[in-house]
Design a protein around this ligand. Structure first.
Ligand code: A3P
Length: 317
């Protein structure tokens, strides 16, 4: 599956810019040039184990939340004393590594770093769409948890996040900039997008193989966290016992991993992401429907074509 991919810098004429970062179209999705080597190495070298759990998502759809939940579900036996929980001292992104950013970083085709000794079950995350995933993820018995979010809020979250990388250059998220990026987003030009191809790729796989892919929606999780958490724990093979249910363990996990709680954790307030942007950029309002405060009706209309495709698959965002 891996192709020789030497596009790093500088941008070429076929590249598109995303808030100052060049991206090129690669195996059906938009890939930021700065991680193209990482993706190559990931595709070539990663060997999934049957016991691995892979969290897959587009950026800005709830990845941080799901990382916190999955880590906590798996490790709950070790941290019955919540005051000593790693989420209170470490960001969720350090607890569940992103394959194309953290595990395979700037690896330029060399041997994979030593993540093979991580005890099972290993938890990893990726933003890569389903089709270009390394074959071993698709053919092994490892499980995939996918989270999606409605495209309107996803777009706003994208803008609010990426603008932070540009703040030093004095760029503000005004209506003109938002229109420019909305046009790109609705044409599918967004990191790891097109949005609908990403979502539908995993959606179709979850229908074909529900034992392999669990498909979750951010909005549903917000509305009914408890039932979603039970489903998630069952899917990854760590169901809650009756005793745990009666002992409020599920509610405790929901509380620990809540946006409100994680926002107040010191490392999430003061640490830096990629050495540049504050971790706090990862924790916004997390509202469902917050896009209403940003997009005019005519801007929202630009999503129509994408929504139509999603509607045909049964989604009603
Ligand atoms: P907003 O930008 O709407 O505030 P990702 O983690 O994939 O980058 O997604 C980021 C979005 O998830 C942000 O949405 C962020 O606020 C929200 N988020 C982060 N942690 C969360 C949590 N623990 N619970 C719910 N939402 C969370």
């Amino acid at each position: 599956m891996a192709a020789t991919n030497t596009k790093t810098q500088p941008p070429s004429k076929d590249d598109e810019m995303w808030f100052g970062f060049p991206m090129h179209f690669y195996q059906g999705f938009w890939l930021e040039n700065m991680i193209s080597e990482n993706v190559d190495t990931f595709q070539t070298h990663f060997q999934a184990n049957d016991t691995d759990i892979i969290l897959a998502s587009l950026p800005k759809t709830g990845t941080t939340w799901l990382k916190s939940l999955l880590f906590t579900i798996f490790n709950r036996k070790f941290y019955s004393d919540v005051s000593k929980h790693p989420l209170l001292t470490t960001t969720p992104h350090e607890l569940v590594l992103q394959l194309e950013f953290d595990v395979y970083k700037n690896s330029l085709g060399c041997n994979p770093p030593n993540h093979t000794e991580i005890p099972s079950p290993r938890l990893f995350a990726t933003h890569i769409p389903y089709l270009p995933l390394p074959e071993s993820i698709k053919t092994s018995k490892c499980k995939i948890v996918y989270v999606c979010r409605n495209p309107f809020d996803n777009f706003i979250s994208f803008c609010n996040y990426w603008i932070q990388f540009n703040i030093n250059e004095g760029i503000k998220l005004d209506i003109d900039l938002m229109e420019e990026y909305l046009d790109k987003y609705c044409k599918g030009i967004v990191p790891f997008g097109p949005y609908e191809d990403h979502l539908l790729g995993y959606w179709k796989e979850s229908l074909k193989n529900p034992e392999k892919v669990l498909f979750l929606e951010y909005e549903g999780m917000k509305k009914e966290p408890k039932s979603h958490l039970k489903r998630l724990a069952e899917f990854v093979g760590c169901p809650f016992s009756e005793e745990e249910e009666e002992g409020n363990v599920i509610d405790e996990i929901i509380e620990l991993c809540s946006l409100k709680n994680l926002k107040e954790v010191e490392v999430n307030k003061s640490g830096k992401f990629f050495g540049r942007v504050g971790n706090k950029a990862l924790f916004g309002k997390g509202e469902v429907g917050g896009w209403n405060n940003y997009l005019t009706p005519s801007m929202a209309k630009q999503f129509d074509q994408m929504l139509q495709k999603l509607k045909e698959a049964g989604f009603s965002f």
